[in-house]
Design a binder for this molecule. Structure first.
Ligand SMILES: [Ca+2]
Ligand SMILES: [Ca+2]
Length: 284
């Protein structure tokens, strides 16, 4: 398939999905009842250059059951950090009469999806979750629907669920970070398309629209796996680098610990002495 044709196909599929998802999330079946007893936010946090981070979107849901949502965020410095995406199979919902959709109403195709982490989150048991890159660097939308099959399972997020993780958005911090960026990235929630709905399709508009700040920290000497500390796992990574040429790709952390311009077994020894024997810190 040609690139242009493939791109056009993806565009059509994404458009169809977004239209359908919008209809499922935003179309009220009864009169809209604005409900502001919902708070959505991302905590300020930090990340290391080269690190993949799973950013938890937090909620306090006080008054109604949440059965579907769309959230949309922008990274203000996509040259420092971006939402991780990948070509992967996706279920396209071609259902005209939700929630009475069945498996026959779905189509599976390969599309560019933004990666999200639902493990140990409120969205974990939900039947539909999709992240989309909306075209601009650093702009994504996550759409989730609890029950597609109409059996009311899972039931959604009940009221009284406070300070809980709704979903985690996966982002990657470039290495090295933008030297002109001041070391901080802002995550901006968009006011448009940040909607939740209850079991009856009523819109629930969250109160919070605050931005979150991700502070990019300087690399830690010897921290080859970008975990924030130098420990035995970095020695393992260093062995792969010295003996199998599988060196970290992030230029912010050099594996030439003894500064002799080659990466070899002596750098492994240097790191071991630093981690386990109080030797000098790696770096030049
Ligand atoms: Ca480490
Ligand atoms: Ca060396």
């Amino acid at each position: 398939m040609s690139t242009a044709l493939h791109t056009a196909k993806l565009s059509v599929l994404i458009t169809v999905l977004l239209l359908i998802a919008s209809a499922v999330v935003a179309t009220p079946s009864v009169a809209q009842t604005p409900d502001t007893a919902l708070y959505v936010w991302i905590r300020d946090t930090f990340a290391f250059a080269g690190q993949e981070i799973h950013l938890p979107v937090m909620i306090s849901n006080l008054r109604d059951t949440i059965a579907a949502y769309q959230i949309q965020y922008t990274v203000d410095r996509p040259n420092m950090m971006f939402f991780t995406d990948s070509l992967m199979p996706d279920t396209i919902i071609a259902c005209a009469n939700p929630p009475s959709c069945t498996v026959l109403d779905t189509v599976v195709d390969t599309v560019l999806k933004t990666m999200v982490d639902t493990q140990t989150t409120q969205t974990a048991p939900w039947e539909y979750v999709a992240g989309r890159n909306l075209g601009d660097p650093g702009l994504i939308r996550v759409t989730a629907i609890a029950d597609l099959t109409g059996d009311h399972k899972p039931a959604g997020i009940p009221p009284g669920t406070t300070d809980a993780v709704l979903i985690k958005m996966i982002a990657f911090v470039f290495c090295p970070p933008d030297p002109f960026g001041g070391g901080q990235v802002q995550l901006l929630p968009t006011t448009l398309n940040n909607d939740f709905s209850d079991l009856h399709g009523n819109l629930i508009v969250p109160l919070s629209t605050r931005r979150a700040t991700i502070t990019i920290l300087d690399p830690v000497p010897g921290d080859l796996d970008y975990s924030g500390t130098s420990d035995v796992m970095d020695v393992v990574t260093m062995c792969g680098c010295a003996f199998e040429n599988q060196c970290p790709t992030c230029g912010a952390v050099s594996a030439d610990f003894n500064c002799d311009h080659v990466t070899d077994v002596f750098d492994v020894i240097f790191l071991i002495e630093y981690v386990f024997a109080g030797g000098p810190p790696p770096g030049c």
